[in-house]
Design a protein around this ligand. Structure first.
Ligand code: ARG
Length: 612
């Protein structure tokens, strides 16, 4: 609802500026939303007078006063209480009753599509999760998956036409190593019974051999081992039927396991084009011919083909408007090899790299006609992606927008390496530990519940916990996942918010009557706690807008925490059912709050619990 008021204000101020002949001095017109209850400032305010001072050659305070007067004569009644200037600021005070009634009416009318933008005018591939075959999903992939899913939901609700793509890491020289180890092994029947552990074993056997040879300083044997691995990968890429068949079995086993985790999280994808897709469908060979034809790639001394990307080509490379790369053919590498980074397009044995496959992926997605390619990938790959985007621009993909949604690391307080094998703790292990902790909280609060019931609620709490824990910080911040604290009912946690929403549901369950129409009960007198809650509800669409603009779901999650706090305050300070004078209107407010929680939970992938 506040977005409507903001838009109305922007429109009217813009019109006045046009009449004054100074519209060009400001664009867009800034309008801020203040906290409810700040008596000195209006709920909406604009610092626009600052920006006009130069153009009008007048002190900002005078401009603000003039604007306030003109605006007052044009916008009066309805949601406006009064418009004033305070120094250089323009303050717009709203009629709390009007805003509360309109907000409730809008929410109850829209249901869980409150805040959703209908017209879709922008299409994107939204790539997230992307774990690696033969390795478990780790705590980093968990953050990626949870954060990516919530962000995808927000973009989907904000006018994006999205394809959710899981870009599985299912290709690369490591499969050559594993296929070689598989042939060497005398225990391959274990693959049938415990595929996941077995694959990880194969993976580690190679690593161990490599480390041993390196420790022994046996360079020749080390090189021979690596060559063997590489040759298996080359054969896989060339389509060797036996190796392809084994690789497919490896992939299928891992995917099955990943899917269990996605089911548990309630996360879905539209496509599962892993890296292999672009090799098998020849997109990598096309991109190589294209690069050679345009002389964008050069051959190095040892026979690899690389695309040099110069440091000064990286700036602004994400947007078609600001990208600026050189496309003239190059036939040899500059001597100064500090000025550029190399994206290896083809290794000397003719195989593809991670980078080749990413370029091929771009070619495919551009051919499919998407406006934007969004990558949810850890921040460690920032430089890499800039290079890939620059190389893609050189290859002629000039119109598409690239967005790398990067995020910081998550750690457990004791570190995220599982000590035994020195690898990252798995996503499943994290979920299980959260579940265990949540279960003990539930059982403590409801000793009468059966094991099954308690466990079901605990799984709902687990999802709430995991979303809040992974999303509430700005996405670029590193964070520590303290499971005990994250499952607590107090503090900035998912369970705290779920609990507030459940309270609302319980009130509505108790009254067993239909929700009153906000307009018909508008004369019942609200107090500041009611208004504060209503204004909080009115903010929601702005929050989605902000999340979209920043490619960050944390404003949404932060908002849900604020809503829970405001709702709890309202609940503590006010009586709902037993206050005859304002009962009906408060019921409408509770119903609107529950709907807003539902809408936000749907996007944030947080289950609404009837009981907790
Ligand atoms: N599989 C990779 C990993 O786990 C992430 C893939 C990122 N996406 C991409 N298009 N390169 O680190």
């Amino acid at each position: 609802m506040l977005e409507v008021l903001r838009d109305r204000l922007v429109e009217e101020i813009s019109a006045i500026l046009r009449e004054w002949g100074c519209a060009s001095a400001v664009s867009p017109v800034p309008v801020e939303i203040n906290e409810y209850g700040d008596a000195e400032k209006g709920l909406l305010a604009s610092p626009v007078a600052f920006q006009l001072a130069g153009e009008r050659n007048q002190p900002p305070a005078e401009i603000a006063a003039e604007l306030a007067e003109t605006l007052s004569s044009r916008l009066d009644g309805g949601w406006i209480d009064r418009i004033e200037s305070t120094g250089p600021y323009l303050n717009v005070y709203v009629d709390d009753d009007h805003v509360a009634t309109e907000t409730m009416a809008r929410i109850l009318d829209a249901g869980t599509s409150y805040g959703v933008v209908d017209d879709r005018n922008w299409s994107a591939v939204f790539e997230f999760s992307s774990p690696n075959v033969a390795k478990p999903m780790h705590i980093g992939h968990l953050r990626n998956t949870v954060l990516g899913d919530v962000l995808a939901n927000v973009l989907d609700a904000q006018g994006y036409e999205l394809i959710r793509d899981n870009h599985i890491g299912d290709w690369g020289v490591q499969f050559g190593h594993m296929l070689y180890e598989y042939e060497q092994a005398d225990d391959t029947e274990r693959f049938e019974t415990e595929p996941i552990t077995y694959l990880l074993d194969l993976y580690q056997r190679y690593g161990t051999q490599e480390a041993e040879l390196a420790d022994a300083g046996d360079e020749d044997a080390l090189e021979a081992l690596r060559d063997t691995g590489r040759s298996y990968f080359a054969r896989l890429e060339d389509g060797d039927p036996t190796l392809r068949e084994r690789w497919e079995a490896f992939s299928a086993a891992s995917l099955d396991r990943f899917k269990e985790t996605y089911d548990r999280l309630g996360v879905e994808f539209d496509t599962w084009h892993g890296e292999s897709y672009y090799v098998i469908e020849s997109w990598t060979s096309q991109i190589r011919s294209e690069a050679l034809a345009r002389s964008i790639a050069v051959e190095t001394d040892d026979g690899a083909q690389i695309i040099p990307v110069f440091d000064d080509e990286l700036d602004g490379v994400e947007s078609p408007e600001t990208a600026d790369v050189r496309t003239d053919p190059i036939d040899e590498l500059p001597d100064d090899d500090d000025s550029y980074g190399s994206l290896v397009l083809e290794k000397r044995d003719g195989t593809t790299t991670y980078g080749t496959r990413d370029l091929a992926t771009i070619a495919y997605r551009v051919a499919e006609g998407f406006d934007e390619l969004i990558y949810v990938v850890a921040e460690e790959q920032r430089e890499y992606f800039q290079q890939v985007f620059a190389a893609a621009r050189k290859l002629g993909f000039t119109d598409v927008t690239f967005t790398h949604v990067e995020y910081g690391m998550v750690d457990l307080p004791e570190g995220s390496m599982s000590t035994r094998a020195g690898r990252m703790i798995s996503a499943v292990a994290v979920l299980d530990r959260v579940h265990e902790e949540a279960l003990s909280v539930v059982q403590e609060n409801y000793p009468e519940l059966s094991e099954d019931e308690a466990s079901q609620i605990a799984e709902g709490v687990t999802l709430g916990t995991v979303t809040f824990e992974n999303v509430d910080k700005r996405r670029t911040k590193n964070s520590t996942f303290d499971i005990e604290q994250a499952t607590s009912l107090e503090g900035d946690t998912g369970p705290y918010v779920q609990y507030a929403a459940t309270r609302g549901v319980n009130i509505l369950d108790r009254v067993e009557q239909s929700v009153p129409d906000p307009a018909s009960v508008a004369d019942e007198a609200f107090n500041e706690y009611d208004y504060q809650l209503a204004v909080e509800l009115a903010r929601y669409p702005l929050v989605l807008e902000q999340s979209r603009e920043r490619y960050d779901p944390s404003p949404l999650v932060q908002y849900l925490l604020d809503l829970a706090r405001t709702f709890n305050k309202f609940y503590h300070e006010n009586r709902v059912i037993d206050d005859e004078t304002v009962r009906e209107r408060r019921l409408a407010l509770v119903a609107a709050s529950v709907t807003a929680f539902e809408a936000g939970f749907e996007l944030a992938n947080v289950p609404m619990l009837d009981r907790m």
